[in-house]
Ligand binder design. Structure first.
Ligand code: NAG
Ligand code: NAG
Ligand code: NAG
Ligand code: NAG
Ligand code: NAG
Ligand code: NAG
Length: 489
């Protein structure tokens, strides 16, 4: 407990007006903090930037209620404010940072002028930190051997720069806070090593190539921030109903006045962005007025890769479980855009289980050349209170063939997945409703038109019209209508 030491290895590259090469080690005296933390041994080889937002410290410097969201060689904000940033960083709240290893490398080389800590605008001297200068021909230390390590953040993290970001095997980058945003925006390759993990509310990766190694995990399950305004994904009332998103949440209420199909929990939303989903899932309902029990909504994962994406691990944006006293949260959003995709991973934005299950989320893949055997899940969550009525399936859209799949993974349900307006120009190619999914076109006058197949199988159901209107008109237009063990009504 006495070794409250923090070493910041800081390697900053100024590329705008002046080039400066800095390497500093900062030791925070023990009296400034109550939080234990260990020496960080990050390694970065120039050219990339790990940029963290400046969190205004809400407390006095003495308490050190700041954040220590950093353990690497960074390029912070505005170059001209560097020493001030260091000060602010030092005031940021210190988390129990265990150990951490990010290796940033670059293919870009700059002419750098080694100077260190010699021109801090006097601001270093007003801190309680010792700084150590490394002059002359400093060469970065050899990367430490891979280890299982966690770096925990408590606020958004932005990693930006020219170069590659390689998260070594076994390393976890974690910001287990609802809605916490981790952005990686780099010009080179991103790689999450074997058994490595990223945990946050939103994980957004922009890179040339992105690879997710064997056993790796991006988990935004139950870490949703706020769902879009004006949506009613979280049910009101105390029925312990599931949250809605890609599909409606289930509701176990039995009501003599209404048919089972007319009773649901949280409603569906974000239909118009099912090809590029980026909404959070919603929290499930509760069974108790005093306490809110529902499972949290699923978070968001978005990958924009100019080149290739390889998924050998799992990308999870499931809704959280609500247990016996709350509804399951709805699944979140996963969107992958790349030229090519390979791998045998798992991609899931399913609803959480609960008293009544949450609705599935939204998954979309926009990849020109697919060579993956990835499995996709966007089904609803299980309902403990009414096992025959799970949450409704969410949507899985494959943007290149323009195909929509609604699949409830054999979880029977009375709860609808709403299919709203179908695009007219160009038409979708195929629509698949599978494995007990129950889809509904809830319009008085509805038209479902696709260019290729409308296929229904495995106990699927497609209904048209509004429940309260005994008659409604619809048109179903498709090249082929394939139905097995399914119903249209
Ligand atoms: C890291 O964890 C993985 C599995 O979680 C294990 O196989 C590996 O041996 C661990 N590595 C170290 C250095 O502890
Ligand atoms: C990523 O960085 C590029 C170039 O700096 C910028 O144009 C783009 O908006 C960034 N993307 C995100 C999602 O921040
Ligand atoms: C990105 O990774 C590929 C192989 O996965 C490699 O051929 C390429 O050189 C890497 N790019 C950079 C910029 O390092
Ligand atoms: C992306 O990966 C492919 C194959 O893994 C490689 O050929 C290509 O050079 C990589 N692109 C970049 C920019 O690293
Ligand atoms: C993902 O996160 C959720 C919520 O924290 C957790 O329950 C689940 O076990 C995690 N999944 C994996 C594979 O670790
Ligand atoms: C659903 O049930 C069908 C028929 O029993 C079976 O062939 C299929 O593998 C099941 N699918 C899942 C995802 O369990």
């Amino acid at each position: 407990m006495h070794a409250f030491l923090l070493m910041f290895h800081l390697f900053m590259l100024f590329v705008r007006l002046n080039l400066c090469f800095t390497f500093c080690r900062i030791v925070i005296p023990p009296r400034l903090t109550n939080h234990p933390f260990q020496v960080l041994s990050p390694t970065l080889i120039s050219g990339a930037a790990l940029r963290l937002p400046l969190v205004e410290s809400s407390s006095s410097a003495g308490e050190l209620q700041g954040r220590l969201p950093f353990g690497g060689f960074l390029l912070f904000g505005d170059d001209s404010e560097l020493s001030r940033l260091l000060l602010e960083m030092a005031q940021l709240p210190l988390s129990p940072v265990h150990a951490f290893l990010i290796l940033l490398t670059t293919f870009f080389s700059f002419t750098v002028t080694p100077t260190c800590c010699s021109d801090p605008n006097g601001e270093f001297s007003v801190t309680d930190y010792e700084t150590f200068a490394f002059h002359g021909d400093y060469s970065p230390p050899a990367p430490p051997p891979p280890l299982n390590a966690t770096l925990e953040f408590y606020d958004d993290v932005y990693v930006e720069g020219l170069g590659n970001l390689i998260i070594l095997p076994g390393v976890t980058l974690s910001c287990p806070v609802k809605g916490c945003y981790i952005l990686v925006n780099i010009s080179g390759n991103f790689s999450l090593g074997q058994n490595g993990a990223i945990i946050a509310g939103t994980v957004h990766i922009v890179a040339n190539n992105a690879s997710f190694g064997d056993g790796s995990l991006v988990n935004v399950t139950a870490l949703a921030g706020d769902p879009p305004a004006q949506t009613s994904g979280t049910p009101s009332g105390t029925e312990g109903a599931g949250g809605g998103h890609g599909g409606r949440g289930a509701n176990c209420l039995t009501d003599n006045q209404r048919m089972p199909d007319d009773v649901w929990g949280g409603d569906a939303y974000s239909w118009t962005s099912l090809d590029e989903p980026y909404s959070y899932g919603s929290k499930g309902g509760t069974t108790n007025r005093e306490e809110h029990y529902g499972g949290e909504g699923g978070g968001r994962i978005r990958i924009d890769a100019a080149g290739e994406v390889e998924v050998l691990g799992s990308l999870l944006a499931n809704g959280g479980d609500g247990g016996l006293k709350g509804g399951g949260g709805s699944g979140g959003s996963i969107f992958i855009k790349a030229h090519r995709m390979t791998g045998i991973g798992v991609i899931s934005a399913a609803g959480g289980s609960g008293f009544a299950g949450g609705g599935g989320g939204r998954v979309s893949v926009n990849v020109f050349s697919r060579h993956d055997d990835t499995v996709y899940f966007a089904h609803g969550g299980r309902s403990v209170g009414c096992p025959a009525n799970s949450g409704a399936a969410g949507t899985y859209y494959d943007a290149v063939p323009r195909s929509l799949t609604v699949d409830n993974h054999n979880l029977s349900t009375d709860t609808d997945t709403l299919l709203l307006e179908f695009p007219k120009q160009p038409l979708w190619t195929n629509v698949y409703i599978l494995n007990y999914a129950k889809a509904c076109v809830p319009l008085y006058w509805g038209r479902v038109q696709v260019r290729g197949q409308l296929r229904m199988s495995g106990g699927a159901l497609l209904s048209f019209g509004l429940f309260h209107y005994p008659s409604s008109e619809f048109e179903l237009m498709a090249e082929e209508l394939l139905m097995s063990d399914s119903v249209i009504k």
